[in-house]
Design a protein around this ligand. Structure first.
Ligand code: SF4
Ligand code: SF4
Ligand code: SF4
Length: 320
């Protein structure tokens, strides 16, 4: 019997999700035994035209990592969707927008201005920014167009499964592979992770949830046995799906939310803001002002991985 065909792709991605697949170590051989890899830009030299030449739905499983923020990424997402029977949003960026979607707090012009003009390491006296088309003596060069708004994969094409994490942990990757191999994939739309919150899985001692001051992680040495949030460190556990193996918590660091919202929560950042507001003990305008000042970068903390998938989705664009 022919092996199933597997495709992997990276869109707006750091490459960490691809490395996570390689991090399966010797289990990568199980994956290679199970499936023929027909497209994987980071590891195998297939070209886009090879994918275009495939029959529709001839790829059995596509693991798509990275958010969508350019015309090229959108085009390849649509191409792989046409060619794949099962499409998996793989990693926080594909599932929720992830770190790249923090760009939704600005827009393309703001990014170009900062990256190509203002950044102190630049030497760009002409103020050159990338153009979609550039005429040179040899002809015309073309670059993909960058969008103003970073999108999740499911905002571009239908997706069957979501594997969260930045990057997804090896055991969840193997769980997906084994569910697929055993013909036991759950109903479409499922998130391959825990159905609990991270707090439900966290073994730290939880007491009375009251805080009067917020600390950044470097400002105190937290007790490794007690809940970090109760020690005044913003931890996204109450608003985050479990299943990561408590990777940050075990390193005595707060959760930053890379598994996205738990079941039943539409907006991870709003849920976290509500959780913190409910335990903050300071009263009166002065105390509230102090708390807001102590909470450095609230938007980037509450929506670090989930802005594109949130109710806010992005900062309002200037009227043109
Ligand atoms: S989810 Fe994390 S590891 Fe994966 S591409 Fe995004 S930033 Fe990189
Ligand atoms: S807030 Fe963080 S440290 Fe506290 S119980 Fe939840 S996951 Fe654990
Ligand atoms: S503790 Fe939070 S941020 Fe860290 S890996 Fe788990 S879900 Fe992601």
């Amino acid at each position: 019997m022919a092996k199933p065909k597997l495709a992997l792709y990276w869109a707006a991605s750091c490459g960490g999700c691809d490395v996570a697949v390689l991090d399966t170590n010797e289990k990568i051989l199980d994956i290679a035994n199970l499936a023929d890899i027909v497209f994987w830009p980071i590891a195998v030299d297939f070209k886009y035209h090879h994918v275009e030449a495939m029959k529709d739905k001839s790829i059995d499983l596509c693991l798509f990592n990275g958010a969508i923020r350019s015309t090229e990424q959108e085009k390849i997402a649509r191409l792989l969707r046409d060619k794949s029977r099962v499409m998996v949003a793989f990693g926080a960026c594909a599932c929720f927008g992830g770190i790249p979607a923090l760009a939704n707090f600005t827009n393309r012009d703001g990014i170009f201005q900062r990256a190509y003009i203002e950044a102190p390491s630049n030497d760009n006296g002409n103020g050159t920014v990338p153009l979609i088309q550039t005429k040179v003596s040899e002809g015309e060069l073309e670059l993909p167009e960058l969008f103003d708004t970073v999108l999740t994969l499911a905002q571009v094409v239908p997706v069957e499964y979501f594997v969260p994490g930045c990057p997804p942990p090896v055991d969840l990757i193997m769980k997906l592979v084994n569910l697929y191999a055993g013909g036991q994939l759950p109903p479409a739309g499922a998130v391959i992770a825990s159905e609990k919150t991270l707090c439900d899985e966290c073994p730290r001692i939880k007491g009375e949830k009251k805080i009067t001051r917020i600390y950044r992680p470097h400002e105190i040495v937290p007790d490794p046995d007690r809940c970090l949030l109760e020690q005044g460190i913003i931890c996204c556990g109450p608003a985050t799906r479990g299943g990561c193996g408590l990777r940050c918590i075990e390193a005595n660091m707060p959760c930053r939310g890379c598994f996205g919202p738990p079941p039943g929560v539409a907006d991870q950042g709003a849920k976290l803001a509500s959780a913190i507001a409910s335990i903050y003990q300071g009263e009166g305008a002065d105390n509230i002002k102090k708390m807001v000042e102590e909470m450095v970068d609230p938007a980037g903390t509450f929506y670090r991985f989930g802005l594109a998938d949130s109710i806010l989705r992005r900062k309002r664009l200037p009227k043109t």
